[in-house]
Design a protein around this ligand. Structure first.
Ligand code: AP5
Length: 189
């Protein structure tokens, strides 16, 4: 079973939710660039100050900042036996940077969560009410979806071309139903 896994999918597809469950099941760290960046914003670090405005607008944080942050995280001992990446790589340049980074960090399998756009927007607007995340408002959600289509979706073609299998998982249904599909998809790896 693949233990270096990338969760791919649009905002609201359930990457974070499913990666949390799978990380627990596999005993590997869940590495979410969104979570790390929100922590940096909350702590007011230099990185957080640079990232906060871009995140609030739904734009990507510059590659060099994110790549350095992930490289540092992957160099820690708990990532030596596997990891779940969520939110990184987010464009071809970041994917190339990961491939060219420290040995042993090549992704073994990509899990692509698919959810229709109306449901994505519904989930994120619901979270806006429950959690008040800065970028869960209608304008920023539209922008995040656009950025996903233009910057991130090309990775769906990129990985198979580079020999990395991609498994499409229907992200509609309950969290438990989707997780059962995730486990099934990985069982074939
Ligand atoms: P990031 O935090 O990665 O946000 P995102 O990709 O927009 O993803 P979300 O967290 O909104 O959705 P998700 O797919 O993880 O779903 P979740 O499980 O949370 O990035 C935020 C920003 O940081 C970016 O816009 C960018 O500015 C910056 N950034 C991050 N990484 C970067 C990078 N590599 N390079 C440059 N910039 C970067 O679920 C969403 C909601 O739906 C939750 O409320 C959840 O409870 C609910 N839900 C989950 N599953 C279900 C289900 N099955 N049924 C009903 N509800 C569900």
């Amino acid at each position: 079973m693949g233990r270096r896994v990338l969760f791919l999918g649009p905002p609201g597809a359930g990457k974070g939710t499913q990666a949390t469950l799978l990380a627990r099941a596999l005993g590997v760290p869940h590495i979410s660039t969104g979570v790390m960046l929100r922590e940096a914003v909350a702590e007011g670090t230099d990185l957080g100050n640079q990232a906060g405005v871009l995140m609030a607008a739904g734009d990507l944080v510059p590659d060099e900042l994110v790549v350095a942050m992930v490289a540092e995280r992957l160099s820690r001992s708990d990532a030596a036996c596997g990891f779940l990446l969520d939110g990184f790589p987010r464009n071809i340049e970041q994917a190339d940077a990961l491939d060219n980074s420290v040995d042993g960090h090549a992704i073994e399998v990509v899990l692509l969560l698919t959810v229709v756009e109306d449901e994505l927007v519904r989930r994120l607007l619901k979270r806006a009410v429950e959690d008040g995340r800065d970028d869960d408002n209608e304008d920023t959600i539209r922008r995040r979806l656009e950025v996903y289509r233009s910057e991130t979706e090309p990775l769906v073609e990129h990985y198979p071309l580079h020999g990395v299998p991609i498994r499409r998982i229907d992200g509609l249904g309950t969290v438990e139903e989707v997780f059962a599909r995730v486990v099934m998809a990985l069982a074939h790896e």
